[in-house]
Ligand binder design. Structure first.
Ligand code: BGC
Length: 251
């Protein structure tokens, strides 16, 4: 059977600041069905240029069906509303219309952290946990996904909570650690302040931390002191692609 007709396969694309990555996804097992393809994000990352790369990725896998696509921004019903770490020309763009006209396929466009959150709950670190799960992705910015019994409340944007007069992601994202040359323990103190605020407002049952630092969790996780159970993400950088594919397939 051709991969175009297999109901257990979907396709996900993750649009990041430096790379646009895509792969077919095994929707039953929550993992890539083939090696992903990564193409550097065009600069400037205008909506048209990014859509062109997305079309290239779909073509290279001969993928003709609907697909999921993440962007690091608030997305409501396909329309992009913010651009904290994205080219400003995306604001106001109906990404569903753009991708349909540029690629000839139907897209479901979602916030990157929301997609990662769904993947971690279905297949990753939060699998089997009921209740309220907060997935926090620490990278250039801080993304958040609030998932209650398997359903995500979209666009929670908790990386932009104001803490001590600062936008939280400017102090506690992984990029802040690198920019300021912080040691792991000092950075973990900032995470403690950040997650303590989240706890006070939302009282999640579990926090899962994603982003590249999740694979180095032994260095910083023991220094984060909060009352909520906290786990590193399991799907690492694959989570966005997997979650987007799952959501686009209506699973
Ligand atoms: C954006 C979010 C995004 C997060 C992670 C933040 O700056 O506002 O929409 O999920 O970065 O990329």
């Amino acid at each position: 059977m051709s991969k175009k007709h297999r109901k257990d396969l979907g396709f996900g694309i993750d649009v990041g600041g430096s790379g646009i990555k895509g792969a077919p996804v095994d929707l039953e097992r929550g993992r890539f069905a083939a090696d992903r393809l990564r193409i550097p994000t065009p600069q400037p990352a205008t909506p048209e240029a990014v859509a062109g790369v997305i079309g290239q990725i779909l073509d290279s896998f001969d993928w003709a069906g609907p697909f999921g696509c993440t962007v690091p921004a608030v997305v409501r019903h396909g329309v992009v509303h913010t651009a904290a770490n994205l080219d400003e020309r995306w604001i106001g763009v109906d990404a569903h219309d753009l991708l349909r006209s540029k690629t000839g396929r139907t897209a479901l466009v979602v916030n990157d952290a929301d997609a990662a959150g769904i993947a971690e709950v279905r297949f990753g670190a939060a699998h089997g946990h009921s209740g309220a799960v907060l997935v926090s992705t620490l990278g250039t910015g801080i993304g958040s996904a609030l998932v209650l019994n398997g359903t995500v409340w979209p666009n929670t944007e908790l990386g932009h909570l104001e803490i001590d007069g600062f936008d939280a992601e400017t102090r506690a994202a992984d990029a802040a650690r690198e920019r300021e040359g912080l040691d792991w323990q000092t950075w973990a103190q900032r995470l403690t302040s950040y997650f303590t605020r989240i706890e006070a407002l939302l009282w999640p049952d579990l926090i899962v931390v994603g982003g590249g630092v999740s694979k180095k969790s032994a260095k910083w996780l023991p220094h984060v002191h909060i009352r909520t159970p906290i786990l590193p993400a399991a799907l690492l950088n694959d989570a966005g692609i997997i979650g987007a594919a799952v959501l686009a397939a209506g699973r």
